[in-house]
Design a protein around this ligand. Structure first.
Ligand code: PLP
Length: 457
C-alpha cells in the first residue's frame, strides 16, 4: 500500500546545525552596501554602533555554511523542525494532478517565521554584552518575535510600533508586553526624530519609516543598546535558511524535489528562507529547471515594477545604501491588510537573483489573495496571515495551470504564519470593504525621481 503522507516530520536531531549562505554561490559578488554620507563601500566598523560584530560578519560572509550556536539550536527546538504538509484536500478541491506541499512556520510561539532570526539576533547581542535591543514594528509580527527572543536571553527590548497599528492591533502589543518588552507608539517623544514629527503633526498616525528612524536613533545614542531588523538584510535571510534546508530533507524522505518554490515577499526573509537552498542547487547546476517565484502585492510591486539600483532602507536616509529593487525610499504604499509586505525595497540577494532571471516575481490584488486564503482555510484548515495569502494565491494558480496542462508538478510554498490576530482583515473581506488599489504609478514615478544621487556611481 502506498502511504499518502499528510504531515512530514523530522526528528529533533535532524534539525539543521548550520545555515546555508548563498553569497559564495552567486555567479558574481553582490554590489557592496554604501555609506549613506560618503557613498563609499561600508566597512564593518561603520556598523558597530548598532550591530554586534558576529552579525556584521555574517552579512558579508564568504563561507558557504555557518554553524548555528548550540544555545540557539536549543531555543529553535521549541518548534523546529517545523512540519511540512502535503495539501491533499486542496489538491482534490482544485482537481489538480500537481503535488502541493507547504512548510508551516505558524507553529512558532509568535506564530510566524520571524523568530528564526529573532532568536540568533538576540543571542549574538547578548554574547556581545548588549543589554537592550531597540526595533520598530508595523503590524506587530516582528515586534512580538523579538520580544519573545530577547526575553529568553535576558535582554530588554524597546519596540517602536507604528501608532495606527498600535491602536488597531492591540493584541500584538499585548503579546509584546507578556514577553516583557516595552512597546511605544511611534512617533514618540522618546527620540528627537519622533519629537520633531509630533511637533509638526501632533495627530500623525506614524509610519514604518519614522519608527525605523526612532529605533536607530535610540540604539545609536545608548552604548548598551543595539538595533535589530527583522527582514531585508543578508544575515536575516541566512538565519531563515533553516526553513528550506528542512524542506529539502522532508521532501527527499518522500522521494520528491520541488519543480516550483513559492513565497510571499515583503523584505524577502521568508522567501529567502524557503528558496535559497533550492536556488543554490539551481546555481550549482544540480537542479537547473526549478522555478522560484516571489509573490508581492500589486499595490507595492517592488520586484515587478521597481528599479534595480542603490537606495536607502528608510525614509530619513539614515541607513546604508543597498543595491536592490526599490520603489523609492519615501514611497508610502496604500494601506493594504498585508502590512508585512508594505516595504519599498527588497533583500539585495533576492533582488540580484530576480534581476539575473534565477527567480521571478508576480503580483496580486488583495481580494484575489483573500479569496485564495479562504479556499485554503476551508480545505487545509489553517487561517493564514494576510501576507501568506499571497503565496497561497500563486500556488493555487500554478496548480490550476497544471490541471489544464496535465503536468504533475511538485509545488512547494512557505506558509509563513497564521492569521489568528488578523481577523479584522478577514472581516473586511467578508463585508466587501477590501479595496483593490490600482498600481500607484504616479506615486512610484515621483518617489523614484527622488532616488539618492551617489558620488561615483
Ligand atoms: C513579516 C511577515 C512576512 C513578510 O516579511 P518577509 O521578510 O518578506 O518574509 C510574511 N509573512 C508573515 C507571516 C510575516 O509575519
Amino acid at each position: 500500500m502506498v502511504c499518502m503522507h499528510t504531515k512530514i516530520l523530522l526528528d529533533e536531531d535532524q534539525m539543521p546545525r548550520s545555515w546555508y549562505n548563498i553569497l559564495p554561490d552567486l555567479p558574481s559578488p553582490l554590489d557592496p552596501p554604501l555609506h549613506p554620507a560618503t557613498g563609499k563601500p561600508l566597512v564593518p566598523e561603520d556598523l558597530t554602533p548598532i550591530f554586534p560584530m558576529e552579525l556584521i560578519l555574517q552579512e558579508m560572509s564568504s563561507k558557504r555554511t555557518i554553524d548555528i550556536p548550540a544555545e540557539v539550536q536549543d531555543v529553535l527546538r521549541l518548534w523546529r523542525p517545523s512540519p511540512l504538509y502535503r495539501a491533499h484536500r486542496l489538491e482534490k478541491h482544485l482537481k489538480t494532478p500537481a503535488h502541493i506541499y507547504y512548510k508551516y512556520e505558524g507553529v512558532s510561539p509568535p506564530g510566524s517565521h520571524k523568530p528564526n532570526t529573532a532568536v540568533p539576533q538576540a543571542y549574538y547581542n547578548m554574547k556581545a554584552g548588549i543589554e537592550r535591543i531597540a526595533t520598530e514594528t508595523g503590524a506587530g509580527q516582528w515586534g512580538s518575535a523579538l520580544a519573545f527572543a530577547t526575553q529568553i536571553f535576558g535582554l530588554e527590548c524597546t519596540i517602536y510600533m507604528v501608532r495606527s497599528s498600535y491602536m488597531q492591533k492591540p493584541y500584538r502589543k499585548s503579546m509584546m508586553q507578556v514577553w516583557g518588552a516595552e512597546c511605544i507608539p511611534s512617533p514618540s517623544t522618546k527620540t528627537k526624530a519622533g519629537t520633531a514629527v509630533l511637533q509638526k503633526d501632533p495627530e500623525t498616525t506614524g509610519s514604518l519609516g519614522i519608527a525605523i528612524s526612532e529605533a536607530v536613533e535610540d540604539a545609536a545614542t545608548h552604548g548598551n543598546t543595539n538595533y535589530s531588523l527583522g527582514s531585508v538584510l543578508n544575515h536575516v535571510c541566512l538565519h531563515q535558511t533553516v526553513v528550506g534546508l528542512e524542506c529539502r530533507e522532508q521532501l527527499a524522505s518522500v522521494d520528491e524535489y520541488p519543480d516550483v518554490v513559492i513565497g510571499c515577499v515583503g523584505g524577502g526573509s521568508n522567501f529567502a528562507g524557503i528558496s535559497f537552498p533550492f536556488a543554490g542547487d539551481k546555481l550549482k547546476g544540480t537542479h537547473k529547471e526549478t522555478e522560484i517565484i516571489a509573490v508581492e502585492p500589486a499595490s507595492c510591486p517592488t520586484l515587478t515594477k521597481g528599479l534595480f539600483t542603490y537606495d536607502y532602507g528608510d525614509v530619513a536616509g539614515l541607513t546604508p545604501l543597498l543595491k536592490m529593487f526599490t520603489l523609492g525610499h519615501d514611497f508610502v504604499p496604500p494601506s493594504i491588510h498585508a502590512g508585512g509586505l508594505r516595504y519599498h525595497g527588497d533583500n539585495p540577494t533576492i533582488s540580484r537573483l530576480v534581476y539575473d532571471g534565477v527567480m521571478k516575481a508576480v503580483s496580486y490584488h488583495q481580494s484575489e489573495v483573500f479569496d485564495a486564503a479562504q479556499t485554503f482555510a476551508r480545505t487545509e484548515g489553517i487561517i493564514v496571515a494576510p501576507e501568506t495569502s499571497h503565496a497561497v494565491r500563486a500556488t493555487i494558480d500554478e496548480a490550476i495551470r497544471c490541471r489544464k496542462s496535465g503536468e504533475t508538478k511538485t509545488i512547494l510554498f512557505n506558509c509563513s504564519g497564521h492569521g489568528n490576530f488578523d481577523m479584522s482583515a478577514y472581516d473586511a473581506f467578508y463585508s466587501k470593504q477590501l479595496v483593490d488599489y490600482e498600481y500607484p504609478e504616479q506615486l512610484i514615478r515621483e518617489s523614484l525621481s527622488r532616488l539618492p544621487k551617489i558620488p561615483g556611481v
